[in-house]
Design a protein around this ligand. Sequence first.
Ligand SMILES: [Cu+2]
Length: 154
Amino acid sequence: MVKIWRVALAVLALTPILAQTLEIQDAYVRGLPPTQRTTAAFFTVLNNSDNLVELMAGSSDAAERLEIHSHQHRNGMMLMQEQASVSIGAGESVVFAPGGYHLMLVNLTRPVRDGEQLSFSLKTGEGDEITVVAPIISVLKEASATKAHTGIHP
Ligand SMILES: [Cu+2]
């Protein structure tokens, strides 16, 4: 029993700290016709650590740059605003979803075809980086209620 415990500790010690801190769930990238230069990625981020984490955009080989955006309703208009970072409290999660926070992939360097995969990274204020491999799902397959609310752009 003691021996097994030691092995478990050794495995924990080898696990990258970031993997224990941030967990990305249900990630997908919106698939669009090849004429589109920009798309968005959606996911849920869990902060499993005991500290507040500042989440920031990383990079992707499928786009020139990544930006975190929020949506705000102001005077009946919906505005997208770039966010330098998103704060995630200890033990809390933040949902990136159509109509809310989203990760914009700006100036796509390749088509985002339904059924394929794409990788992008996210960074933390501490300088850690986490890479996410996400499926591309055509905008035509997203819930119709979501599309009616947001149009082709997130
Ligand atoms: Cu946006």
